[in-house]
Design a protein around this ligand. Structure first.
Ligand code: HBI
Length: 99
């Protein structure tokens, strides 16, 4: 949101700690990365639609790539220049949406 102070970049220890409870996520190229595989394209796209609403509400948006029933997601906070609690929060919300 305009005027918000960019959140602090998490240290490696803080990211590792968050990853313990973020099933399927890892750090790749300095971003939180996950590959979701759904039963069908419609399931994958439904997930993306729901995640888009969560992202828009938080004004924090994923980098993602969809092919058929796979959705690859990379999360980073551009304005902070690294992984922040905004990314771990969105990752957590995505895991909940994916079931
Ligand atoms: N999404 N992932 C991500 N990282 C950002 O830094 C970011 C964003 N969405 C919107 C946003 N920043 C805005 O707050 C700024 O572009 C103004």
């Amino acid at each position: 949101m305009a005027g918000r102070t960019p959140p602090a970049v998490l240290g490696a220890g803080e990211v590792d700690e968050a990853l313990v409870s973020l099933d399927g996520w890892e750090v790749r190229d300095g971003k939180l990365h996950c590959e979701f595989v759904f039963a069908s394209f419609v399931e994958a796209f439904g997930f993306m639609a729901k995640a888009a609403l969560v992202a828009e509400r938080a004004n924090h948006h994923p980098e993602w790539f969809n092919v058929y029933r796979t959705v690859r997601v990379d999360l980073t906070t551009h304005e902070s220049g690294g992984i922040t609690e905004r990314d771990t929060a969105l990752a957590r919300a995505m895991n909940e949406l994916a079931g």
